[in-house]
Write a protein that binds this ligand. Structure first.
Ligand SMILES: Nc1ncnc2c1ncn2[C@@H]1O[C@H](COP(=O)(O)OP(=O)(O)O)[C@@H](O)[C@H]1O
Ligand SMILES: [Mg+2]
Length: 295
């Protein structure tokens, strides 16, 4: 068998995961190449990388896409059509959309906050359905807590949408799909969420993340993480999500409401810096081992 190569597709060469995947690949004598999603040319039957070379991905190579939903979606399909294993795969890319994910949770009877899709600027019925203000607005495709806010009036909803479109128009990506949802604000969550990191149908562990201030517990916003024993309910819901969603790798997030845990997102390209630090589990190595094993 020829030497394995790891192709990492990414939109940010500064991402912490790149360093970790590179380190772990080197230990295993696997060649490692970053493919910049903003600099490649995807045409017909080939992808040309940022150096101008046609990518020659072989069947036993391993591939991984970090972030960038729009181009990632196209690359994922390209690889699928050529029988090359990739994560997130074409089906899993859909989890990048929070509303689609919410619909998936309710469809398989996993508790999730009450949520409505914003399908019109005439919002009376939508706002009534969500139970009025305050509630949370989210851009459906977004990460790191950047497009999640509490809104107290229709005016604030419209302002959030306007601001988001303004920012998006300055983005270097031409094909951003933009939509929004309103969600029940779970006050009791108080800036704490539970991130379950999963690989190949198994739960690697769960960390409890707590916000420094405000209601968003994202580590990228200064939140802190601590490993906790796996709550029974989270285990049950996570197993169901993994099975029904056919999920190879993800960080699945829950918030607590009374005695219930509500699933809020499936992050198929979850960061693992905070998780590795809080648990001492070598996530990058485990991912690479599993990818090789599955090939
Ligand atoms: N419905 C909600 N009620 C209360 N807090 C929430 C709710 N939804 C999200 N949060 C908090 O905000 C954080 C960011 O929201 P999330 O939907 O995970 O967006 P992102 O993908 O940007 O991280 C969550 O980790 C959680 O702490
Ligand atoms: Mg989140």
């Amino acid at each position: 068998m020829s030497k394995i190569k790891f192709y990492l597709f990414t939109d940010s060469e500064k991402d912490h995961r790149i360093r970790r995947f590179r380190e772990e690949s080197a230990k295993k004598n696997i060649d490692f190449q970053i493919v910049n999603l903003y600099k490649i040319v995807i045409q017909d039957n080939q992808i040309i990388d940022q150096e101008g070379n046609v990518l020659k991905i072989k069947k036993n190579d391993i591939t991984w896409i970090l972030a960038n939903v729009s181009t990632g979606y196209v690359v994922s399909k390209f690889l699928k059509d050529r029988n090359i294993q990739v994560w997130p795969n074409f089906e899993a890319v859909a989890f990048a959309d929070k509303f689609i994910t919410n619909s998936f949770f309710s469809g398989i009877q996993v508790p999730t906050p009450k949520t409505v899709f914003i399908n019109s600027y005439h919002m009376d019925d939508i706002i009534k359905a969500i139970g009025g203000f305050p509630c949370i607005i989210k851009k459906n495709i977004s990460t790191v807590g950047k497009y999640v806010e509490i809104v107290k009036s229709e005016k604030e909803v419209l302002q959030f949408i306007k601001n988001t479109f303004e920012i998006a128009s300055k983005n270097i990506l031409p094909n951003n799909r933009i939509s929004f949802m309103l969600q029940e604000f779970v006050k009791e969550a108080k800036g704490t969420d539970y991130r379950v990191l999963c690989l190949d149908g198994k739960i690697l562990g769960v960390i409890k993340r707590t916000a420094k201030s405000g209601f968003k517990s994202n580590i990228s916003l200064g939140g802190t993480a601590k490993q906790i024993p796996l709550p029974e309910k989270i285990k049950k819901y996570t197993k169901k999500i993994l099975k029904k969603g056919d999920i190879f790798y993800a960080g699945i997030d829950f918030i607590k409401k009374g005695n219930e845990y509500l699933a809020i997102e499936v992050n198929t390209s979850a960061q693992f810096k905070g998780f590795e630090q809080a648990t001492n589990i070598n996530v990058a190595e485990k991912i690479i081992n599993k990818l090789i094993e599955k090939n």
